[in-house]
Design a protein around this ligand. Structure first.
Ligand code: AQP
Length: 331
């Protein structure tokens, strides 16, 4: 098996994009691999978070992951700040990465928008901390959504430069595992934007704790277009919203896009949308209900996170200590 690492920011309730792009694969990868799943609270505060809300979001997100099928007993589930290795390795990588590399990160440009100078320095060097998250465990496999591809490449650049600068073959190449379908789930109201937790409007995303009627409503009101669904994939070209809905349905129904279009091609969106809503409800309801059950015992969730942090530290500590020795620190 491989050592798998992946993270999610506790910045809100995970949505369908997080689920299809990441969480669902995390659940599958538990079979036969050693998995480390991290609630990246240090990444979360690169953008202002209300402290009380952050704390409750960490707990809530742990519960959602457990409800979705992450097993904190057999694998590792913890919050990033509880393991100091991330911060220590992150600092060293801030000193390995070049400013020019940071300037090429498209996610920073997207998040910062026009007002770059007003954002935290942490948001700017965020990818270095992500490299630290991964390399602190010498993870070899990182399942993420398409939006993280560039950050994974940066992780390998940092690993290589570290090896080169210190003349040591210490870090191995990291393999990203980016799903072939639904690697990038788009906003339901604007097919040119990715579905995102921090988008001010909830209408563009399906959250994993949405009630059945809320899901049905959001899908009914999702943007589509006036053409019927096409019978072939080519017919989805330049139809961002239609493509997004079809690819979500394909994953939900465990079908290829071709199969979906063969079934719905020529029809309008209303029947298709109601099938899509049903499929989503069938998937999300059990996660929502199990999350509610788990949240009734917060002490148990905190205990799982504490146990996770202990197990994570046991792996990370020898690696970060070695790195600190390599760069010349005195212990
Ligand atoms: N829209 C998406 N489609 C597919 N995968 C996605 N991921 C995020 N959005 C989509 C994947 O989910 C994992 C966890 O993401 P994250 O919590 O690190 O945050 P993010 O990528 O910044 O996503 P959000 O939801 O947009 O969060 P905010 O709004 O807080 O920035 C990652 O593997 C990511 O690829």
């Amino acid at each position: 098996g491989k050592r798998v690492f992946s993270g999610i920011q506790p910045t809100g309730i995970p949505h369908l994009g997080n689920y299809l792009g990441a969480i669902r694969h995390w659940v599958d990868m538990q079979q036969g691999n050693e998995c480390i799943f991290c609630l990246v609270d240090m990444h979360a505060i690169t953008v202002w978070q209300d402290p009380i809300q952050l704390r409750s979001q960490i707990i809530e997100q742990a519960a959602i992951l457990m409800a979705a099928g992450i097993d904190p007993q057999k694998h590792i589930l913890f919050n990033q700040s509880a393991v100091s290795a991330h911060a220590r390795m992150g600092w060293i990588f801030n000193c390995v990465a070049r400013i020019g590399w940071m300037n090429r990160m498209t996610q920073f440009k997207d998040k910062a928008g026009k007002n770059r100078e007003a954002h935290s320095a942490g948001l700017y060097v965020y990818p270095n901390l992500m490299a630290a998250d991964i390399l602190t465990y010498q993870a070899t496999c990182v399942p993420v959504g398409e939006d993280q591809r560039q950050h994974l490449e940066l992780t390998n650049d940092i690993a290589q430069k570290f090896n080169h600068d210190y003349q040591i073959d210490f870090f191995q190449e990291v393999q990203g595992l980016i799903p072939a379908t639904s690697a990038r789930v788009m906003n339901l109201r604007d097919g040119s934007k990715k579905m995102s937790k921090s988008d001010p409007s909830e209408q563009g995303r399906i959250e994993l704790l949405d009630e059945d009627d809320v899901i049905a409503n959001k899908i009914r009101r999702a943007k589509s277009d006036s053409e019927p669904l096409p019978s072939e994939v080519e017919g989805l070209e330049n139809r961002l919203e239609a493509s997004n809905l079809v690819s979500i349905y394909a994953v939900m129904a465990n079908q290829s896009v071709d199969q979906v279009l063969r079934q719905f091609g020529g029809q309008g969106f209303s029947g298709f949308k109601s099938e899509l809503a049903d499929a989503l409800i069938q998937h999300i309801r059990p996660i929502r209900e199990e999350t509610k059950r788990l949240l009734a015992d917060e002490a148990h969730i905190r205990e799982m996170l504490r146990m996770g942090a202990k197990k994570a530290s046991a792996i990370a500590e020898p690696i970060v200590s070695k790195v600190e020795e390599i760069v010349g620190f005195i212990k």
